[in-house]
Design a protein around this ligand. Structure first.
Ligand code: ADP
Ligand code: MG
Length: 383
């Protein structure tokens, strides 16, 4: 790792400003899924055990630069309190006098969370004055918010200028380690599985991964733009006409057998077909495609999966996605998944813990694997 790690810091008795990604779904006043919170516990525990006075900042939802009670981080702070069985203070102000006084009163090992960063317009604008106010909450800075690091915001980028030490937390390091192994795949076969609705969202990702992947298994809505580009009939299946040329180019530049497309399909009302009839809408990959995909998945030394194979929100149209989830879980190689919907599918199949790494960052993981430098990572202190 080329960046300073939280392990390298002497934090004893120091105020540590910790940027976390606690952008979790809420159900009323309760955290509905705490995966992103538990993912940062190793960093939080390390800081507590080493006598740091920890001030956590995070964003939740899209409150658009002003306070909005629906997006308060208070329930998140309370949830963290239960997870750690330890008091977590909460400042109803993100920055300013109240937050600073509460931070100053922290004892070694103490924890404080400040209110949603995005209640302040300066956060997303990466405003220097707001970044400076935020920096006044800590003596050193630690970033563990992988899922927010593709955005150059005040809490990920601007704030780092005010610290001599800006370090990566353990979750951020783990994300970069596993996604780095996918980005520069040294082991083969390297198998990539891509699905989801639109090819447009994932074009830079496909182009970048196609340089190294031995197999690109394509399912989901985006498969039909590829199939149409090959001249196949796709009925009324999802297609992005504007991207037919891009799909043709990717196929033309690919190595023989590199792209693996579905050979059979499940239509809207459950019929399984090889040829999609006029007016038919393909909503999932068929059984033969699932078996083909599983065969390639089993050979992988390293594997990356993003995006569902069908309209998995509507069972039984989730069968293709669940089959892929189970095949990925059985693969003996290094297995990495990213993207909200693929993670939901892994959980639905009950196999989330069978993968080497499930990324906490949707957009961030895809940008990283498209070859982009994440601004929040670039801004950290070099080792
Ligand atoms: P992820 O969040 O995993 O990156 P996306 O957001 O790109 O994935 O795509 C997920 C959406 O794609 C889901 O809502 C799913 O219903 C839709 N989808 C998958 N396959 C199809 C299909 N064949 N036709 C229409 N929509 C599809
Ligand atoms: Mg999605």
């Amino acid at each position: 790792m080329a960046k300073l790690s939280v392990k390298d810091l002497d934090v004893n008795g120091k105020l540590v400003l910790l940027r976390v990604d606690f952008n979790v779904p809420l159900a009323g006043n309760q955290v509905a899924d705490d995966a992103r919170i538990t993912a940062s516990l190793p960093t939080i525990r390390h800081l507590i055990e080493h006598g740091a006075r920890v001030v956590m900042c995070a964003h939740l939802g899209r409150p658009k630069g002003k306070p909005d009670a629906r997006y308060s981080l208070k329930p998140v702070a309370e949830h963290l309190e239960r997870l750690l069985d330890k008091n977590v203070g909460f400042s109803p102000e993100t920055v300013g006098a109240t937050a600073q006084e509460m931070a100053a009163r922290l004892a070694p090992g103490g924890l404080l969370m400040v209110e949603n960063l995005r209640f302040q317009p300066g956060e997303e604008a990466n405003d220097a004055a707001f970044a400076r106010q935020l920096s006044e909450l800590g003596e050193v800075y630690v970033n563990d918010a992988f899922g927010a690091d593709h955005r150059a915001h005040a809490s990920t980028v601007g704030v780092t200028k005010f610290f001599t030490q800006a370090a990566a937390g353990f979750l951020l390091q783990k994300e970069l380690d596993y996604l780095g192994r996918v980005l520069v795949a040294k082991d083969h076969p390297f198998v990539v599985i891509l699905g989801g609705a639109k090819i447009s969202d994932k074009l830079p990702l496909i182009a970048h991964l196609a340089k190294q992947a031995d197999r690109l298994l394509i399912g989901g809505g985006m498969a039909y733009t590829f199939l149409k580009a090959q001249g196949q009939g796709i009925g009324d299946s999802l297609v992005q006409e504007d991207f037919l040329d891009a799909a043709k180019k990717l196929l033309a530049e690919s190595r023989p057998g590199q792209f693996v497309l579905p050979v059979d399909h499940v239509l809207e009302h459950g019929e399984v077909v090889r040829d999609i009839p006029a007016g038919g809408k393909a909503m999932d990959i068929g059984p033969e495609s699932r078996a083909n995909f599983a065969g390639h998945i089993a050979t992988a030394k390293i594997l990356f999966w993003n995006g569902p194979m069908g309209v998995f929100e509507k069972p039984p149209l989730d069968a293709g996605t669940l089959a892929v989830a189970r095949a990925v879980a059985m693969c003996a190689g290094v297995t990495v998944a990213g993207g909200g919907d693929s993670v939901a599918a892994l959980r639905a199949a009950g196999v989330e813990d069978k993968l080497s790494h499930v990324s906490t960052g949707g957009g961030a993981s895809l940008e990283f694997l498209s070859g982009d430098v994440l601004p929040g990572v670039a801004a950290l202190t070099d080792r």
